[in-house]
Each structure stands twice: as structure tokens, then as C-alpha cells.
Design a protein around this ligand. Structure first.
Ligand SMILES: Cc1cc2nc3c(=O)[nH]c(=O)nc-3n(C[C@H](O)[C@H](O)[C@H](O)COP(=O)(O)OP(=O)(O)OC[C@H]3O[C@@H](n4cnc5c(N)ncnc54)[C@H](O)[C@@H]3O)c2cc1C
Length: 381
């Protein structure tokens, strides 16, 4: 028997060592549980992601992990379908940039420092419940009193729980070995609102690379690829050396999607917790992972409390993002004008990035509600 299967039963097993899983493992270990954190990948592992951290994310990571922040950004630039650009600069940075290999590795290390056992290279193949939860893996069976499924989009745990999606996107991303500083981009992020409904592109600077990507609804891979090519051309990076070229699906939950089955709860991408409009997901993973770790450590009676907390606190945010995505799909030019060219729009963008406001909070405002109602009845684009 291997080291992870010979202990009789773990209090908590966490599947997936991304931001959701490592947060869950750290918090459960801090509460005194025996915790096993497993991931199919060997760490440090690459994750297709912009690596942009909003203020809420920063508030939910241990201090040791903040050393992995490479850039703090105080300027945002926007274009609409490659047109003329508008920028907004703040005195104080409002977005932080990490490379996910380093960030996720530091989060896993924080879980280990709290007392969790982390084993990488463990692939969970199936989940079942008997007297305990039993995970069949490539290293044998693991048994747990509670499992936190944090295995990302389309994972085994989400499937076991029956997670239902409200929408799925395809993202394509390049890591380009052009130091941001050489372009004068080291303190700037750049977005373009794309041709196809709901699509957008980004350039996020890191220490020694630029992360350049596009996202749009799954189903038109050729159009997504063409958009990436256009975006790279717009940035003038056609001849730059590409260190990595990857694609990844993202999904968000349907409002009635389950978060628990028996003694298995899901967190982060595995639960479809992300903002459907901006596709920001790290803050959702860190928050839901933290709450999942607390609940799993507190015992079976606490698992329903986790479900209630996610529904109450993150449900409105996912719904707000889905509503704003629909507005953006129909009226990209209007959204561009509001965010990029109006003082109030830029201030709201920065406040969301800083974590001072949420999209759900913004659309609860009386004026925003009226504006959304008017916009929803206008003809498209
Ligand atoms: C292109 C792109 C850009 C993005 N940019 C941003 C951004 O700038 N800011 C932001 O906030 N969000 C961004 N997101 C979203 C963000 O990446 C995710 O929301 C976030 O990674 C979710 O974290 P997680 O811990 O839930 O899952 P993940 O980070 O996906 O981690 C899941 C882990 O589970 C492991 N795993 C999967 N299956 C198994 C299995 N069977 N057995 C064992 N282990 C398994 C995987 O190896 C992985 O390590 C972006 C997403 C994409 C696709």
C-alpha cells in the first residue's frame, strides 16, 4: 500500500490543488483535521490562465503566497474590435499579476505548512460512497469522511455531484517571451472587445512574459483562433517567440446546479463558480475553497451550511455576471463606451478590480437597474 492509502480514513480529502483545493486543504488542516490533497499533475504545473488577481483574491491568500505577485498594474487600456484605444490610469495599482505555476505552488505549500499532506501525480478516476467516501485513483483507493472536489472544469467530482452548466467558453492563450518592460507595458493591462458576441481579448504582463489570450462561447474554434491571430497582430507581436500556446474550456453553473452530493462538496471551477462575463474565477475558487475546507473539517452536519453560503454569497455574483454578459453580447459598443470612455464606468471597473465593489452590488443600484431595463429592450448592437 502507498503512503496515502495505508492510513485508514482521512478526515478530509481534497481533489485538485488549484486555488480552490489548496485553500480548502489549508483551512481544513488549520482546524485540526487529517487532510490529504491530491492532484493528477506534477507540481509546479502550468495552468492556462491570465493570472490576474482582483482585490478579493488578494484578501483570500496567505501572506507567503503574495510573494508570487510579479506585477501590480495601475493602467487599463481598451479597444473595441481593434479600433482606437482609450486608457485610464490610477495613482495606485488596482490589479496584481501572477504566473499560475508559482502562485498555485505557493498555495499548495501553504496547505502543507498548515499540516495537510500533498501528493501530486494522483489521478482520481471515480468517486463512490459507502461507509466512507471512496476515491479510486491510479495509486489505489483512498477513503475519506468528507471530500472537497476542486478538480476544475469537467472534473470527476463535478460529474459525481451532477454540476449543471449555464454556459461554456473556449479560451486560447499564448505565453510570449517579450518582457513587458521593453514595450512599456509592465504596469498596464490591455483589453479588446471582440467581433463575436461576448468575446474579448487580453494582454497581462508578467516579469519575463506577456500573457495574451481571447475567450468566446464554445462552438466556433476557427473564429476563436482567428480572433487570437488578429489580437496578436494588433499588439504587434506576430514575430515574438511563443513559449506556450494552450486552450482551455471554462464553464459557469446553472442557478439550480447542485454543490453537494452526500459527503462530497464541490468548489471553484469544479462547481462552475466564476463570473460568466469577465470569466474571473480565482476569487471564486479561493472563497468557495476556503468555505469548503471549513465545512469539511467541521463534519457532515456542516456540509449543507457550505451549500447555503455559496448560494447566498456567490449565487448573486454569478447571476449578475450572466446578466451583464447578455447585455455585453447585445450591446458591445455601449458597454465599451460606458467602461472605457466614461469617468463613472472607469471608476466602477477599478472599484471591482480593487474588490471594493462587486457586479452584483453594482446592478442592485437603482440607476443601474433602470439602465439595464432600458438597454435590455433596445435593439442589438
Ligand atoms: C484562459 C483563461 C484565463 C483566465 N484568466 C483569469 C484571470 O486572469 N483571473 C481570474 O481570476 N481567473 C481567470 N481564469 C479563471 C481561473 O483560471 C479559474 O477560475 C481558476 O483556475 C479555478 O481554480 P480551481 O482551483 O477551481 O481549478 P483549477 O485551477 O483548474 O485546478 C484544478 C486542479 O485539479 C486537478 N485535477 C483535475 N482532474 C483531476 C483528477 N481527476 N484527479 C486529480 N486531480 C485533478 C488539475 O490538475 C488542477 O491542478 C481564466 C481562465 C482561463 C481558461
Amino acid at each position: 500500500m502507498s503512503a496515502i492509502t495505508d492510513q485508514n480514513v482521512w478526515d478530509v480529502v481534497v481533489v485538485g490543488a488549484g486555488p480552490a483545493g489548496s485553500s480548502a486543504a489549508r483551512v481544513a488542516a488549520e482546524r485540526g483535521s487529517t487532510v490529504l490533497l491530491v492532484d493528477r499533475a506534477r507540481f509546479p504545473r502550468y495552468k492556462t490562465c491570465g493570472g490576474g488577481l482582483i482585490g478579493i483574491s488578494i484578501d483570500h491568500v496567505p501572506a507567503s503566497v503574495l510573494d508570487t505577485v510579479e506585477r501590480r498594474v495601475g493602467t487599463v487600456r481598451f479597444t473595441l474590435r481593434g479600433g482606437s484605444s482609450t486608457s485610464h490610469t490610477e495613482d495606485r495599482a488596482f490589479l496584481s499579476m501572477v504566473q499560475r505555476e508559482r502562485f498555485d505552488d505557493a498555495l499548495a505549500a501553504a496547505a502543507v505548512a498548515a499540516g495537510a499532506t500533498f501528493v501530486d501525480g494522483v489521478l482520481v478516476k471515480s468517486v463512490r460512497e459507502e461507509e466512507f467516501v471512496v476515491l479510486a485513483t491510479n495509486q489505489g483507493e483512498i477513503r475519506a469522511r468528507a471530500v472537497v472536489g476542486a478538480d476544475g472544469t469537467n472534473g470527476q467530482c463535478g460529474r459525481y455531484v451532477g454540476v449543471a452548466t449555464g454556459g461554456v467558453d473556449l479560451a486560447l492563450e499564448l505565453e510570449i517571451t517579450t518582457p513587458a518592460v521593453r514595450r512599456g507595458w509592465n504596469e498596464e493591462v490591455f483589453f479588446d472587445w471582440g467581433e463575436d458576441a461576448g468575446s474579448y481579448a487580453w494582454m497581462f504582463p508578467k516579469d519575463d512574459i506577456l500573457t495574451v489570450g481571447v475567450i468566446q462561447a464554445k462552438g466556433s474554434p476557427d473564429a476563436t483562433r482567428r480572433y487570437l491571430d488578429r489580437w496578436v497582430g494588433q499588439l504587434g507581436l506576430e514575430d515574438a517567440e511563443v513559449q506556450r500556446s494552450t486552450g482551455h474550456l471554462t464553464q459557469w453553473r446553472r442557478d439550480d446546479s447542485p454543490l453537494r452530493r452526500g459527503r462530497v462538496i464541490v468548489a471553484g471551477d469544479a462547481a462552475g463558480l466564476l463570473d460568466p462575463w469577465t470569466r474571473e474565477g480565482i476569487s471564486f475558487a479561493l472563497r468557495s475553497g476556503t468555505w469548503a475546507g471549513e465545512a469539511a473539517a467541521d463534519g457532515e452536519h456542516a456540509l449543507e451550511g457550505y451549500v447555503g453560503r455559496v448560494v447566498a454569497e456567490l449565487g448573486p455574483e454569478v447571476r449578475a455576471g450572466a446578466r451583464l454578459l447578455r447585455v455585453f453580447e447585445r450591446h458591445p459598443r455601449l458597454v465599451h463606451l460606458v467602461i472605457a470612455r466614461s469617468a463613472i464606468g472607469s471608476r466602477l471597473f477599478v472599484a471591482v478590480c480593487r474588490g471594493q465593489k462587486t457586479l452584483a452590488g453594482i446592478i442592485r443600484n437603482r440607476f443601474a437597474r433602470v439602465a439595464l431595463l432600458v438597454v435590455s429592450t433596445r435593439p442589438t448592437r
